[in-house]
Write a protein that binds this ligand. Structure first.
Ligand code: GLN
Length: 193
Protein backbone atom coordinates (compact mmCIF):
# COMPACT_ATOMS: atom_id res chain seq x y z
CA UNK A 1 0.00 0.00 0.00
CA UNK A 2 1.23 3.48 -0.86
CA UNK A 3 -0.25 6.71 0.51
CA UNK A 4 0.29 10.11 -1.06
CA UNK A 5 0.54 13.11 1.26
CA UNK A 6 -0.31 16.54 -0.12
CA UNK A 7 2.81 18.59 0.62
CA UNK A 8 2.16 22.11 -0.67
CA UNK A 9 1.77 23.67 2.79
CA UNK A 10 1.15 22.73 6.42
CA UNK A 11 1.76 19.71 8.64
CA UNK A 12 2.56 17.10 6.00
CA UNK A 13 5.85 15.83 7.50
CA UNK A 14 4.10 14.83 10.71
CA UNK A 15 1.74 12.60 8.71
CA UNK A 16 4.69 11.02 6.91
CA UNK A 17 6.32 10.29 10.30
CA UNK A 18 3.12 8.55 11.46
CA UNK A 19 2.98 6.44 8.29
CA UNK A 20 6.65 5.51 8.68
CA UNK A 21 5.93 4.45 12.27
CA UNK A 22 3.25 2.00 11.15
CA UNK A 23 5.34 0.78 8.22
CA UNK A 24 3.28 2.26 5.39
CA UNK A 25 5.04 3.62 2.30
CA UNK A 26 4.27 7.22 1.39
CA UNK A 27 5.40 10.00 -0.91
CA UNK A 28 4.72 13.71 -1.27
CA UNK A 29 2.55 15.41 -3.83
CA UNK A 30 4.04 18.80 -4.63
CA UNK A 31 3.54 19.12 -8.37
CA UNK A 32 1.47 17.70 -11.20
CA UNK A 33 4.02 15.08 -12.31
CA UNK A 34 3.86 13.55 -8.80
CA UNK A 35 0.38 12.34 -9.76
CA UNK A 36 1.92 9.99 -12.32
CA UNK A 37 2.88 7.64 -9.48
CA UNK A 38 0.16 5.27 -8.39
CA UNK A 39 -1.21 5.51 -4.86
CA UNK A 40 -3.98 3.89 -2.83
CA UNK A 41 -4.88 6.71 -0.48
CA UNK A 42 -4.41 10.46 0.00
CA UNK A 43 -3.82 12.57 3.11
CA UNK A 44 -4.76 16.25 3.12
CA UNK A 45 -2.90 17.76 6.10
CA UNK A 46 -3.69 20.66 8.40
CA UNK A 47 -2.34 24.09 7.67
CA UNK A 48 -4.05 27.08 6.11
CA UNK A 49 -6.90 26.04 3.84
CA UNK A 50 -6.96 29.31 1.88
CA UNK A 51 -3.27 28.97 1.02
CA UNK A 52 -3.59 25.28 0.21
CA UNK A 53 -6.64 25.91 -2.00
CA UNK A 54 -4.80 28.62 -3.90
CA UNK A 55 -1.65 26.53 -4.37
CA UNK A 56 -3.63 23.47 -5.48
CA UNK A 57 -5.12 25.55 -8.29
CA UNK A 58 -1.87 27.30 -9.24
CA UNK A 59 -0.01 23.98 -9.39
CA UNK A 60 -2.74 22.37 -11.46
CA UNK A 61 -3.36 19.74 -8.81
CA UNK A 62 -6.90 20.76 -7.90
CA UNK A 63 -8.97 19.16 -10.68
CA UNK A 64 -7.05 15.88 -10.96
CA UNK A 65 -7.21 15.33 -7.18
CA UNK A 66 -10.90 16.27 -7.02
CA UNK A 67 -11.63 13.74 -9.78
CA UNK A 68 -9.70 10.99 -7.97
CA UNK A 69 -11.64 11.62 -4.74
CA UNK A 70 -14.95 11.62 -6.63
CA UNK A 71 -13.94 8.33 -8.25
CA UNK A 72 -13.46 6.73 -4.82
CA UNK A 73 -9.84 7.32 -3.82
CA UNK A 74 -9.68 6.93 0.00
CA UNK A 75 -8.85 10.30 1.56
CA UNK A 76 -8.10 11.48 5.10
CA UNK A 77 -8.48 15.24 5.59
CA UNK A 78 -7.30 16.70 8.88
CA UNK A 79 -8.18 20.24 9.99
CA UNK A 80 -7.49 22.40 6.89
CA UNK A 81 -7.81 19.13 4.95
CA UNK A 82 -11.36 18.74 6.29
CA UNK A 83 -12.09 22.31 5.16
CA UNK A 84 -10.86 21.44 1.65
CA UNK A 85 -13.19 18.43 1.50
CA UNK A 86 -16.35 20.10 2.85
CA UNK A 87 -19.17 20.88 0.43
CA UNK A 88 -19.83 24.16 2.25
CA UNK A 89 -18.29 26.48 4.84
CA UNK A 90 -20.72 28.31 7.12
CA UNK A 91 -18.51 31.35 7.71
CA UNK A 92 -16.62 31.60 4.44
CA UNK A 93 -17.97 31.96 0.93
CA UNK A 94 -15.28 29.69 -0.53
CA UNK A 95 -15.47 25.98 -0.92
CA UNK A 96 -12.78 23.74 -2.35
CA UNK A 97 -13.15 20.07 -3.38
CA UNK A 98 -16.70 20.02 -2.01
CA UNK A 99 -16.77 16.21 -2.09
CA UNK A 100 -17.79 15.63 1.56
CA UNK A 101 -21.46 16.46 2.26
CA UNK A 102 -21.01 18.41 5.49
CA UNK A 103 -21.07 22.05 6.52
CA UNK A 104 -17.91 23.13 8.32
CA UNK A 105 -17.19 26.23 10.41
CA UNK A 106 -13.62 27.51 10.05
CA UNK A 107 -11.72 28.72 13.15
CA UNK A 108 -14.76 27.59 15.09
CA UNK A 109 -13.10 27.89 18.50
CA UNK A 110 -11.72 31.38 17.82
CA UNK A 111 -8.47 32.30 16.16
CA UNK A 112 -6.21 32.93 19.14
CA UNK A 113 -7.44 30.74 21.98
CA UNK A 114 -8.62 27.99 19.71
CA UNK A 115 -5.90 25.47 20.51
CA UNK A 116 -6.41 22.70 23.05
CA UNK A 117 -5.97 18.97 23.62
CA UNK A 118 -8.50 16.46 24.99
CA UNK A 119 -8.88 12.71 25.19
CA UNK A 120 -12.13 11.56 23.65
CA UNK A 121 -13.82 8.60 22.10
CA UNK A 122 -13.70 7.98 18.38
CA UNK A 123 -16.06 5.34 16.99
CA UNK A 124 -14.36 2.16 15.73
CA UNK A 125 -11.07 3.34 17.31
CA UNK A 126 -11.52 4.01 21.06
CA UNK A 127 -10.22 6.82 23.25
CA UNK A 128 -7.49 8.88 21.61
CA UNK A 129 -5.75 12.22 22.19
CA UNK A 130 -7.22 14.98 20.04
CA UNK A 131 -5.19 18.13 19.38
CA UNK A 132 -7.14 21.11 18.13
CA UNK A 133 -5.18 23.96 16.51
CA UNK A 134 -7.29 26.88 15.29
CA UNK A 135 -9.62 24.09 14.37
CA UNK A 136 -12.88 23.94 12.47
CA UNK A 137 -15.82 21.79 13.55
CA UNK A 138 -18.64 20.26 11.61
CA UNK A 139 -21.96 22.06 12.00
CA UNK A 140 -24.16 19.84 9.88
CA UNK A 141 -23.96 16.52 8.11
CA UNK A 142 -26.12 15.19 5.29
CA UNK A 143 -27.90 11.91 5.83
CA UNK A 144 -25.60 8.97 5.29
CA UNK A 145 -22.58 10.70 6.80
CA UNK A 146 -21.34 8.77 9.84
CA UNK A 147 -20.36 10.83 12.88
CA UNK A 148 -17.20 9.26 14.35
CA UNK A 149 -16.52 11.71 17.19
CA UNK A 150 -17.98 14.62 19.11
CA UNK A 151 -16.26 16.90 21.62
CA UNK A 152 -18.43 19.25 23.70
CA UNK A 153 -21.46 18.45 21.51
CA UNK A 154 -19.58 19.48 18.37
CA UNK A 155 -18.91 17.00 15.58
CA UNK A 156 -15.15 16.66 15.09
CA UNK A 157 -14.81 13.52 12.95
CA UNK A 158 -16.94 12.04 10.17
CA UNK A 159 -16.78 9.40 7.51
CA UNK A 160 -18.64 9.25 4.23
CA UNK A 161 -17.86 6.49 1.79
CA UNK A 162 -14.15 6.88 0.90
CA UNK A 163 -13.67 10.13 2.86
CA UNK A 164 -12.69 10.71 6.49
CA UNK A 165 -12.76 14.31 7.74
CA UNK A 166 -11.29 15.24 11.12
CA UNK A 167 -11.13 18.63 12.89
CA UNK A 168 -8.12 17.80 15.00
CA UNK A 169 -4.49 16.77 14.35
CA UNK A 170 -3.91 13.05 14.95
CA UNK A 171 -0.40 13.41 13.48
CA UNK A 172 0.98 15.57 16.31
CA UNK A 173 0.42 12.91 19.00
CA UNK A 174 2.11 9.55 19.68
CA UNK A 175 -1.08 7.73 18.83
CA UNK A 176 -1.16 6.11 15.38
CA UNK A 177 -4.71 4.73 15.67
CA UNK A 178 -6.33 7.16 13.22
CA UNK A 179 -3.70 6.39 10.57
CA UNK A 180 -4.18 2.66 11.17
CA UNK A 181 -7.94 3.10 10.80
CA UNK A 182 -7.41 4.97 7.51
CA UNK A 183 -5.23 2.08 6.24
CA UNK A 184 -8.02 -0.38 7.13
CA UNK A 185 -10.45 1.72 5.08
CA UNK A 186 -8.03 1.62 2.14
CA UNK A 187 -7.81 -2.19 2.36
CA UNK A 188 -11.62 -2.43 2.52
CA UNK A 189 -12.08 -0.22 -0.55
CA UNK A 190 -9.27 -1.95 -2.47
CA UNK A 191 -10.89 -5.31 -1.75
CA UNK A 192 -14.15 -4.11 -3.30
CA UNK A 193 -12.57 -2.76 -6.48
N1 GLN B 1 -7.54 27.64 10.68
C1 GLN B 1 -7.05 26.88 9.57
C2 GLN B 1 -7.90 27.10 8.32
O1 GLN B 1 -8.91 27.69 8.39
C3 GLN B 1 -7.03 25.40 9.89
C4 GLN B 1 -6.08 25.16 11.02
C5 GLN B 1 -5.35 23.88 10.96
O2 GLN B 1 -5.31 23.19 9.92
N2 GLN B 1 -4.69 23.58 12.03
O3 GLN B 1 -7.53 26.69 7.28
Amino acid sequence: MVIAVLAVQGAFIEHETMLNKIGVECFEIRKKTDLERSFDGLILPGGESTVQGKLLKELDLFNPLKRKIEQGLPVLGTCAGLILLAKQLSNDEHSYFGTLPVIVKRNAYGRQLGSFCVEAQMKEIGTIPMNFIRAPYIERVDSGVEVLAKVNQNIVAVQWKNQIGISFHPEVTNCTKVHEYFCELIYKIKGKR
